[in-house]
Design a binder for this molecule. Structure first.
Ligand SMILES: [Zn+2]
Length: 265
């Protein structure tokens, strides 16, 4: 497998880490919103998440509350389409868009990919069918054409088990050659997904807030614990990520600050 995996930052937010974890690190820290583009050897292009939406959000009072609680910093150049073009990638050449989950910092750029096939979980479909405030989904960020977009919904039956680093993962072979395994990483949101690229790099989405915060993910304080879809499964998923990282898999969380753009080289 000789694909290419690139990372882009599409906006950021800041949190006081001390308010998130018991007995963990302290201080306000910036959390960039990562977007990851995989160029498969056969020309297919798979994007993992789409970052924040630039420009005004037409998301009503829910959006106003969200922006108050988690103030984003978003410049025009943070738009995922602008990031791709600046790197010589035509957004129209993206064949698949995998969404880890449906929070605003992951779906803001969906509108830039009207011709892509979207890869969703059954949990995502459940959330879209009945979006509740607690699920943190601002449906106004999704384009009107989204319900009619091409999509692959990975149901329970579409996952098979894969053993990696002593851990059994549930995976869906997206491209049919094992290069891109969409992973069931439950807990943060209903049907939260990750991806294992060429069995070397694991895109963890928001299964942990950062690679260096995996080990404290079981120590969430009350509020961040309350906004997890299933806090116990979140902690269990983070424990698995810790084992995989110790086994030499490169675990990359969506909000990790990364210096390198190329993740497979
Ligand atoms: Zn996020």
């Amino acid at each position: 497998m000789t694909g290419r995996l690139r990372h882009y930052t599409c906006g950021s937010t800041s949190h006081d880490v001390g308010a998130m974890f018991r007995g963990g690190a302290r201080g306000v820290r910036e959390f960039p919103s990562g977007v990851f583009l995989y160029d498969a050897a056969d020309g297919r292009r798979v994007l993992f998440d789409t970052g924040y939406a630039t420009g005004p959000w037409h998301t009503g009072w829910r959006g106003a509350v969200y922006r108050l609680l988690l103030p984003p910093v978003i410049r025009g150049s943070d738009d995922v389409a602008a990031r791709l073009r600046a790197d010589g990638v035509d957004p129209a050449s993206v064949t698949h868009v995998v969404l880890s989950h449906l929070h605003p910092d992951h779906v803001g750029g969906v509108r830039r990919f009207p011709h892509a096939t979207f890869v969703l979980s059954a949990g995502h479909e459940r959330t879209l069918a009945a979006p509740r405030l607690r699920a943190g989904v601002l449906t106004g960020l999704l384009p009107t054409w989204f319900p009619d977009a091409e999509r692959i919904v990975i149901g329970e039956e579409a996952f098979s088990t894969v053993e990696l680093g002593g851990i059994v993962l549930r995976a869906h072979d997206l491209l049919g050659d094992s290069s891109y395994l969409v992973l069931d990483l439950p807990g943060h949101a209903d049907g939260h997904l990750g991806a294992l690229i060429e069995r070397r790099v694991l895109l963890a989405g928001d299964a942990a807030w950062g690679n260096d915060l995996i080990h404290v993910s079981g120590n969430l304080k009350a509020l961040p614990r309350a906004v997890q879809h299933d806090a116990d499964r979140y902690a269990a998923t983070a424990r698995s990520l810790g084992v995989l990282a110790a086994a030499g898999i490169r675990v990359v969380c969506s909000h990790d600050p990364l210096d390198a753009k190329e993740l497979l080289s």
